[in-house]
Design a protein around this ligand. Structure first.
Ligand SMILES: *[C@@H]1O[C@H](CO)[C@@H](O)[C@H](O)[C@H]1NC(C)=O
Ligand SMILES: *[C@@H]1O[C@H](CO)[C@@H](O)[C@H](O)[C@H]1NC(C)=O
Ligand SMILES: *[C@@H]1O[C@H](CO)[C@@H](O)[C@H](O)[C@H]1NC(C)=O
Ligand SMILES: *[C@@H]1O[C@H](CO)[C@@H](O)[C@H](O)[C@H]1NC(C)=O
Length: 280
């Protein structure tokens, strides 16, 4: 009996330990979704993959003509690919990196991701380029070219990247069923506390409007574990909007669009995010 109990406790303990460990077993992809040369995902949480700055970086006087450019850099769509290129680097080093910051004035250790210039063949000649996808985190972005030598120096900075719709554009929109066939929940995020609205109807020319009252956000202090609650890793989620549509008629095709009252007045980004679903 005692043995069974011990075995049970032991197996529960193993379950508990592995259960806890499970949370840490999968790699967290970096912002650029980088992979190692052997094809495995670079784990953003692994300290070996984090940049070690000697602080604070100072501008280098060795590279007066170095330049870094992002294109395109205005009206970037969420997830759009941009071309990052540099040139005029006189003393290229395999310790050189190109680092992404959003916003542009972020502290040097509050970076989102980086690319080692030595991963691009032409770097020894002082120039190179790579393509990356950029996601609208409700901030403008900028790349910096750093040299991670005995101490960190700033070689050059890029132009600033501005996203289409800025911080206020509604992103990550999705529909959720509620269990009631006459209801549909519309959820999205934006950087705006403006009153959220959904326009919907069976005829796109005469849409009903419903206002949300349930926008929420959270802070690093609301999260339990690293990296989510680390100051350097936490990303402000903006506001999560949630609007419930009721009294829908089953069997109809519904059109809808979502955004804020303010965006509706200034028309564009609100208007084009519009699609439809069949109510069951
Ligand atoms: C792939 O490479 C990374 C970095 O060198 C290394 O940490 C990892 O263990 C390697 N994984 C496999 C499956 O070889
Ligand atoms: C990336 O930008 C550089 C500099 O503007 C340009 O020379 C290069 O052709 C671009 N590459 C691509 C793939 O568009
Ligand atoms: C970096 O430090 C090492 C060891 O102290 C030294 O040999 C080397 O010359 C230094 N490099 C530069 C670029 O200052
Ligand atoms: C949104 O804009 C349309 C067209 O200008 C207008 O008819 C509608 O009343 C507006 N809705 C809200 C909630 O302001």
């Amino acid at each position: 009996m005692a043995t069974t109990k011990t075995a049970l406790v032991a197996s529960l303990y193993i379950l508990w330990v592995t259960g806890i460990n499970c949370k840490h077993d999968h790699p967290v992809p970096t912002y650029f979704g980088r992979v190692h040369p052997n094809g495995t995902i670079v784990d953003a949480r692994n300290p070996a993959n984090k940049l070690k700055f000697s602080s604070p970086p100072k501008p280098t006087t060795l590279e007066p003509i170095a330049s870094l450019k992002v294109s395109p850099s205005s009206e970037i769509g969420n997830g759009e690919q941009v071309n990052v290129s540099w040139s005029g680097v006189t003393f290229p080093s395999d310790k050189d990196i190109v680092v992404l910051y959003c916003p542009p004035d972020a502290e040097f250790d509050h970076y989102l991701d980086y690319v080692k210039v030595s991963s691009i063949e032409t770097y020894t000649k002082g120039y190179g380029e790579f393509d990356v996808q950029l996601w609208n985190l409700r901030k403008e972005c900028q790349f910096r070219y750093y040299r991670m030598g005995n101490y960190t120096t700033l070689v050059t900075e890029s132009n600033v990247v501005i996203f289409e719709g800025g911080a206020e554009i509604p992103l990550q929109g999705h529909l959720s069923l509620t269990g009631d066939p006459m209801e549909m929940r519309v959820m999205w995020v934006s950087g705006s506390m403006e009153i959220p609205i959904v326009q919907y109807g069976t005829d796109p020319s005469t849409m009903s409007v419903v206002q949300g009252t349930n926008s929420k956000t959270y802070t690093a202090a609301d999260m339990c574990n690293a990296p989510a609650n680390e100051e350097n890793a936490f990303i402000d989620p903006g506001f999560i909007h949630d609007v419930l549509l009721t009294n829908l008629k089953p069997g109809n095709l519904y059109y809808y669009s979502y955004g804020s009252v303010k965006m509706n007045e200034s028309s564009s980004p609100f208007q084009h995010i519009s699609t439809c679903w069949f109510s069951k």
